[in-house]
Design a protein around this ligand. Sequence first.
Ligand code: ZN
Length: 247
Amino acid sequence: MKKLNVVVWNEFRHEKTKDEVRALYPDGLHALIKSFLDKNEDMEVSLAALDDPDQGLPDERLEKIDVLIWWGHMAHKEVSDELVAKIQKRVYEGKMGFVALHSAHHSKPFRAIVGTNGNLSWGRNQKEIMWTLMPSHEIAAGIPDHFLLESEELYSEPFYIPQPDALVFGAWFEDGHIMRAGACFHRGAGRVFYFQPGHETCRSFYNPYVQRVITNAVRWAKPLEHGYEIPEGAPHITAKTVDEFNQ
Ligand code: ZN
């Protein structure tokens, strides 16, 4: 069986600049994500960071990735537009799935792929209840009807995403806010999943249900066997014009 090539990309800056974050994720939050994904025999997981050469994703590496997991926050603007275009193309061609975690709602690749400004409201860390809205979905496999996160950053509606193709999870926060917390999008021939937990000063990535959701999401987002090639310089409209048909 060919293993899924999974890369966990992290901007990896908070861990280097804030003691509180480093204490929680000494090797970076991407390393923690890798540690639980590594338990799956169908996955080959590796790490990438913004400050690596080619921002962690040189062409020869990007071309082999089946599912790209993305976490960014303070350095979204530093991600090169050229790289974002390559990521978007690979997803649209069905060659790579994309899983956006937490503050990646404002990341350049998530915005470009899904077609959104990614804006939402946010506030203090607090208690969150994650509700499973779509138990039949494969990303909800093994997840109870709800689970509790003792402390997570408040993310709230309005969340300016297009209507998701599937809304698998919804969150309730202690202050009364709600949030579309786990949303699937089909873009071109590719799949995208957004999942809200994962603030850098919270322990959500240690939560077994959060880990299971991310694991399920990787398998759901994996590329199509056949892919779909977008020809270089292809015109958007290849059909004949009405006039040509009428001749
Ligand atoms: Zn955050």
